[in-house]
Design a protein around this ligand. Structure first.
Ligand code: T3D
Length: 263
């Protein structure tokens, strides 16, 4: 039996997903994306999973769509890329964004094409110093997809989003961090320890509040201030009834560390 293209491991409340086609720089296939979607849906379903950490096996994070995969067949009218996106990429992106739990991405090398844009859908993106982000699409006559045209201008503004897309030059991790494209950059040999530490901390945190933070911050882009204030009030109304709120306040008053249970 062939090795799964996504390796899964559990460490307490953390689910670690490793994209696992290192010989192809973890280039994405329909099967791999479907496995990734299934793993993320498992994370949503299982209450004892409280955070997800994604990374790549080998020297790359992900080199984008596997250009040699059957779904990229150039025969006849060429591949139905719209279908590939709808059927295989978009469910993964929605699963990452809609997951009411934090997703941390450890970018361990090149993140190209859809691989870059997949990483940018995570809630906390940490990159190794030798990693780079590449909007590789122009080299094959496509536009940034996998949410790229939505995320890039929101993260770095129109000028930088267009520069990255039109020129298709590698953006080194350090510059990506200074532009605000990602959370932080660390030395390569510290990447996994740092990412794991952050992910474990999130897995031990107030899960319901984290899920609500993702939703509130994502909704803000389409909301007026009045709508957003209403959303904040409604959200706090609910969170104020959680065990984690009670525990957080009690721990503060009792001068001890809070033990959140995600409920
Ligand atoms: O259906 C759809 O199209 C949906 C949407 C797609 C969105 C996309 O992602 S489009 C963009 C696709 N990705 C690319 O165009 C990037 C192609 N890769 C590269 O430009 C380079 O490989 C990198 C800059 C990422 C890394 O360069 P380097 O020099 O470090 O490595 P390499 O030697 O080029 O690659 C190593 C191996 O991985 C090599 O195989 P080999 O010769 O050792 O057998 C190479 O062919 C393979 N590989 C790398 N990227 C891909 C790939 N194989 C298939 N597809 C790839 N994308």
């Amino acid at each position: 039996m062939s090795e799964p293209s996504i390796l899964t491991a559990r460490e307490g409340g953390l689910l670690i997903l490793t994209l696992n086609r290192p010989d192809k720089l973890n280039a994405l296939t329909a099967q791999m994306l479907d496995e990734l979607r299934d793993a993320l849906l498992t994370a949503e379903r299982e209450t004892d999973i409280r955070a997800v950490l994604m990374t790549g096996a080998g020297r790359a994070f992900v080199a984008g769509q596997d250009l040699s995969a059957p779904e990229m067949n150039l025969e006849g009218n060429g591949p139905d890329i719209g279908h590939v996106l709808d059927a295989h990429y978009h469910p993964v992106i929605r699963a990452m964004r809609d997951l009411p739990k934090p997703v941390v991405c450890a970018v361990n090398g090149i993140a190209a094409g859809a691989g870059a844009n997949l990483a940018l859908q995570a809630d906390i993106v940490i990159a190794g110093r030798s990693a780079a982000f590449l909007q590789a699409f122009q080299a094959i006559g496509l536009i940034p997809d996998a949410g790229g045209t939505w995320m890039l201008p929101r993260l770095v503004g129109r000028a930088r989003a267009l520069g990255l897309s039109l020129l298709g030059e590698k953006l080194p991790a350090e510059e990506a961090a200074s532009w605000g494209l990602i959370w932080k950059v660390v030395d390569d040999d510290e990447l996994m320890d740092t990412a794991r530490r952050i992910a474990v901390r999130l897995a031990e945190g107030p899960t319901k509040a984290y899920g609500a933070m993702k939703q509130a911050i994502d909704r803000s882009a389409g909301n007026s201030l009045a709508d957003q204030l209403a959303l904040e009030a409604a959200t706090q109304q609910e969170l104020g009834k959680t065990n984690d709120f009670r525990e957080g306040v009690s721990a503060f008053l009792e001068k001890r560390k809070a033990e959140f249970r995600g409920s």
